[in-house]
Design a protein around this ligand. Structure first.
Ligand SMILES: Cc1cc2nc3c(=O)[nH]c(=O)nc-3n(C[C@H](O)[C@H](O)[C@H](O)COP(=O)(O)O)c2cc1C
Length: 177
């Protein structure tokens, strides 16, 4: 799978990842989507419960419905795919753990997309109740499946090269507060 795709060094990749909201409109190969989903499934999770499900969206009508209900999702009009990352309350380690586990999966998805030269951005669903309800209804989710994030994916118009300075040493303490 995707053997010929060069992978960047991991540390360089996680520092240079940025949210990408402009896409060419071309389609991402399905083998890359599969590689991205696989990366999501390799995220850490409490007691390795892996309480996640991924809904891959490539239907423009469904993208439009999401844009109608989500105030910050206009980039989906150019996106190739979107992935709704959902938590499973029957699989999680205890109440609320799915939020942590699915956040880790969402971040892995963003980093995997970046490593493949693709553009991605996390669209927040949790913790906003109206978005959780809207997406649950639209996706036909059973009651124990809760949408946590939507990852918008596309072939980037451009990849930003400038890396912002986010190193904040004043946020680091040693041994106690
Ligand atoms: C929980 C969460 C919710 C977010 N929701 C949105 C969103 O709804 N729409 C959007 O365009 N970006 C969203 N973002 C992306 C952030 O705006 C972005 O990560 C942040 O500005 C830092 O920029 P960077 O990702 O380029 O480093 C979200 C990110 C997180 C982690």
């Amino acid at each position: 799978m995707w053997k010929n795709v060069p992978a960047m060094e991991l540390y360089e990749g996680l520092i240079s990842r940025r949210s990408i909201r402009r896409y060419t409109g071309k389609k991402i190969d399905e083998e890359k989507i599969e590689a991205i989903l696989k990366a999501g499934m390799y995220a850490p999770s409490a007691r390795n419960r892996r309480p996640w499900h991924f809904i891959v969206i490539d239907d423009r009508k469904v993208m439009s419905r999401i844009m109608e209900m989500h105030p910050y999702a206009s980039m989906l009009s150019e996106a190739s795919h979107a992935i709704v990352v959902c938590g499973d309350q029957k699989l999680e380690n205890g109440p609320g753990y799915y939020k942590l586990d699915c956040s880790a999966a969402s971040q892995n998805i963003l980093l995997a997309a970046h490593s493949l030269g693709l553009g991605a951005v996390w669209l927040g669903v949790e913790p906003r109740q109206e978005r959780i309800e809207g997406i649950s209804k639209l996706m036909g989710l059973p009651p124990h499946i809760i949408p946590l994030s939507i990852i918008s994916l596309g072939i980037p118009v451009k990849i930003p090269v400038e890396i912002p300075d986010r190193y904040e040493p004043e946020k680091i303490r040693r041994n106690r507060w």
